[in-house]
Design a protein around this ligand. Structure first.
Ligand code: ATP
Ligand code: NAG
Length: 289
């Protein structure tokens, strides 16, 4: 069996999407002009982006014993499209049933990986337990605190080698509104004080800001200018790419890893859909590898 290099502990979601010209009022029924399903969930998205770059990946997640769960497993690589104004209702369902026993059964996969990635779309205690298993086994931990929680257990920071969040998550975690790279640098320094070794704040079209205990002066890593058509899932593409580079190019300077991750995520915003917009290694410039 192939050895896992990037392991993701996280969520799988099936998106059910209706396109309408406007939103219905309370109690009103309106016609939609399209309906489709798509595959999402931050954990699965990040895992798929890492896999498309060539990483040997394992996904530790829980799906329901229904047609959605079956389809997710059977069609892990099928993709959905979302555009425009939307109402999102998340029924976390089986994701919240991922248990400590499940993790213990998968502990060998975590402890043999190079990088372990997790988010907050499963029960936070499970994400923390995954971080601890990985961290104590010497596996690099990449924590994406999404969706963000204001009162995060302090141990999330001390067991994370790298924390990567976006502007709104940065504000929920630290109370600092992020409008530019300088604000992002201030957030990064606070996250370092809380105990992680590296903090990355993504800034949409402006790329990201990095700061680490090794390089304690925040550095802005800009993204290439592109015409964005659908930014859904850009953050997950970025995190998936970051996990890939951390696992396969551990000695590359972080700034260079982030330039490459920016580039990959910037490709994902130039096509519609979440996983549907994530690039494959074969379609990317060879200099990225
Ligand atoms: N308009 C854009 N042009 C170029 N790159 C972009 C653009 N938007 C996002 N990116 C890339 O994607 C990364 C993540 O974007 P962002 O900070 O918006 O994350 P996010 O808010 O979690 O994404 P989303 O919620 O849309 O999935 C950025 O750091 C950048 O590399
Ligand atoms: C950051 O990610 C969250 C999901 O955790 C999303 O709801 C939010 O819109 C994103 N913020 C920005 C500024 O893109």
């Amino acid at each position: 069996m192939a050895v896992t290099e990037v392991v993701v502990v996280g969520s799988c979601m099936t998106d059910l999407v209706s396109l309408t010209t406007r939103l219905p009022k309370a109690g009103e029924t309106i016609h939609g002009h399209r309906f489709f399903t798509g595959f999402g969930g931050k954990g699965a998205n990040q895992c798929i982006q890492a896999a498309r770059l060539g990483a040997k990946t394992s996904m530790i997640c829980k799906v329901g014993k229904d047609s959605f769960g079956k389809d997710y497993i059977e069609n892990f690589k099928k993709n959905g499209i979302t555009t425009g104004q939307n109402f999102i209702v998340i029924v976390a369902g089986a994701n919240l049933l991922l248990s400590s026993d499940d993790l213990k059964r998968a502990a060998h996969v975590i402890s043999e990986a190079k990088v372990m990635v997790c988010q907050l779309e499963v029960t936070p205690a499970i994400s923390l337990e995954a971080l601890k298993i990985a961290h104590t086994s010497g596996v690099k931990t990449l924590f994406n605190p999404a969706p963000a929680l204001a009162d995060l257990d302090p141990q999330f920071y001390t067991h994370s080698d790298i924390i990567c969040c976006n502007e709104s998550e940065a504000e929920i975690l630290t109370g600092i509104a992020v409008g530019n790279a300088e604000d992002a640098g201030r957030v990064g320094l606070i996250l370092l004080e809380r105990g992680c070794k590296t903090a990355i704040v993504t800034l949409g079209p402006d790329g990201c800001v990095m700061v680490s205990t090794k390089e304690p002066v925040p550095k802005h890593v800009p993204a290439k200018k592109v015409t964005a058509v659908d930014t859904t899932g850009a953050g997950d593409s970025f995190v998936g790419a970051l996990a890939y580079y951390l696992a396969y190019y551990p000695s590359l300077p972080l700034e260079e890893i982030l330039m490459k991750s920016n580039f990959i995520a910037s490709i994902s915003v130039q096509a519609t859909g979440t996983q549907a917009s994530y690039p494959y290694r074969k379609d990317l410039p060879q200099e990225l590898f």
